[in-house]
Design a protein around this ligand. Structure first.
Ligand code: ARG
Length: 474
């Protein structure tokens, strides 16, 4: 759509009776501040494609069940299609006085096609209508985010393959722990994003249930056909209980929780990029197009995209907390508090989409400094576990081996050298099981290469995993 105009129309100032679809019992005009306070159209206008599609399905069902005539339904559907075009072209004036997207569209329909437009809201309430709209909106968002996560996974796999032989220090407590392949490290993120996609798929199953026909809360006396509407709108099922249908926002919470977890993963990845791109580490450089400068320090190149990824995680957590808090004290069924669900959900979805899109591009623009990674991995003690494993493979109990290696580390520290520079004679004083082959066992290649246990960092494992993933991607 071109532009969105949200305006305050000044209609009759005598009573709400004239200005509001619900004004029948009102004798006074709604207070201006109340109007501003209660309106959701400044943000829920974006539900219009779903609101209109839902209304078209509803009108079609009303004619099919004989609740309205085919001719009436045709007029309503045509009117709604025209309104859709008006909104898309930017010609539609949204009005605060009409509160929300639902009443804006309904009011316009009645103005366009006359009193027959008033039949659209038969056997329906805004309570089931809004639940329908959000569910339809979320189906699209989930599909899009799922797709973006797939692209991110492909990018991660590409990067892992390109640098599949690069060795880096693996960390625990951000202290050098054991050497690992950079590709193996990257594929850890592949797994996280895979679980994230799984959570979205799982969430989709519960989003994809049709609430319309619950009415305000109790169902309707009219002979509606909910399953028909569900089929028209491609829902897998209909909500079983009318009260639950209008009071449930679990699906929004689940979606936002899935988003929060995606952001948590992106944030950890972003944090590593920040660390790796620092001068202290120098493992990677992030391309100029994905970094920004400082207004005072000319030499600076800052990893702002990664930092904002980390920062925006807070926003999405905020949305989840807001939703949980909005819902926690609400008696059944619908309460107006629930209107506050939309902004957090929209913000979480918008934030995730933009973050994923830019993050993918940033990843494609990093340069990996394999020598710096290797130098860091050449830390003299990083293969200490390998020395212990060496002794274990020669029959020593692991706890004893741990002790022997501890003494070796102490000895090397005192000599100011690494484990590979301790003379064989010194090693043999610590254990007669150690022979000349120990030096090969302590090389980075041996350390990484021998970790062939399932899921371990060995190059042979990485190769197999990359092959399997590339087959899956095709
Ligand atoms: N704008 C409202 C919302 O988003 C729609 C439902 C209003 N229902 C009502 N009974 N006031 O929740």
């Amino acid at each position: 759509m071109k532009k969105t105009k949200i305006i305050k129309k000044t209609k009759s100032k005598t009573s709400a009776k004239k200005t509001k679809p619900w004004g029948g019992r009102f004798t006074e005009i709604t207070n201006g501040l109340v109007e501003e306070f209660t309106a959701s159209v400044p943000y829920d206008w974006r539900l219009y494609p779903y609101d209109i599609a839902g209304s078209i399905a509803h009108a079609t069902m009303l004619a099919r069940t004989g609740i309205i005539t085919k001719n009436e339904s045709r007029k309503i559907v045509k009117g709604l299609q025209d309104i859709l075009r008006e909104i898309v072209s930017g010609a539609f004036d949204f009005s605060i006085e009409l509160e929300d997207i639902h009443m804006n569209i309904e009011d316009r329909l009645i103005r366009k096609i006359g009193p027959v437009g008033g039949k659209l809201h038969t056997a329906r309430s805004r309570n089931d209508q809004v639940a329908l709209d959000i569910r339809m909106y979320l189906r699209d968002e989930i599909a899009e985010i799922h797709e973006l996560l797939g692209l991110l996974q492909n990018t991660v796999v590409g990067l892992a393959e390109l640098h599949s032989d690069v060795v880096m220090p693996g960390y625990t407590h951000l202290q050098r722990a054991q050497p690992v392949l950079f590709g193996h490290h990257l594929l850890a993120y592949y797994e996280m994003f895979d679980r994230d996609r799984g959570r979205l798929v799982d969430c989709f199953r519960r989003v994809n249930v049709m609430p319309l026909g619950a009415g305000a809360l109790a169902g309707t006396v009219l002979p509606i056909d909910r399953k028909f509407v569900a089929r028209l709108l491609a829902f897998a099922d209909v909500c079983e209980n009318s009260i639950d249908a209008v009071s449930d926002r679990d699906f929004s919470i689940e979606f936002t929780a899935a988003c929060a977890q995606i952001m948590m993963h992106l944030s950890r990845f972003a944090e590593e990029l920040v660390i790796w791109s620092s001068s202290e580490f120098g493992f990677i450089t992030i391309g100029d197009a994905f970094t920004t400068g400082s207004s005072i320090m000319p030499q600076k190149k800052n990893p702002d995209v990664a930092e904002l990824t980390r920062g925006k995680t807070g926003r999405v957590y905020g949305s989840l907390t807001a939703l949980l808090t909005i819902m926690k004290g609400l008696p059944l069924a619908y309460n107006r508090d629930m209107q506050e669900d939309k902004e957090p959900v929209f913000d979480a979805a918008d934030t995730i989409r933009l973050t994923l899109s830019v993050f993918i591009e940033m990843l494609k623009n990093i340069t990996v400094h394999r020598d710096a990674m290797r130098r860091a991995a050449e830390d003299g003690f990083i293969t200490a576990t390998d020395l212990a494993d060496y002794l274990v493979q020669k029959g020593m109990p692991f706890r004893r081996a741990h002790e022997v290696v501890g003494s070796a580390v102490l000895l090397a520290t005192n000599r100011g050298c690494g484990l590979r520079n301790v003379p064989l004679g010194e090693y043999r004083k610590l254990s007669s099981l150690i022979s000349a082959d120990v030096y090969d066992a302590l090389s980075l290649e041996a350390s990484v290469g021998r970790r062939t246990s399932y899921g371990g960092t060995a190059p042979s494992n990485l190769k197999k995993r990359l092959q399997a993933l590339k087959k899956k991607m095709r």
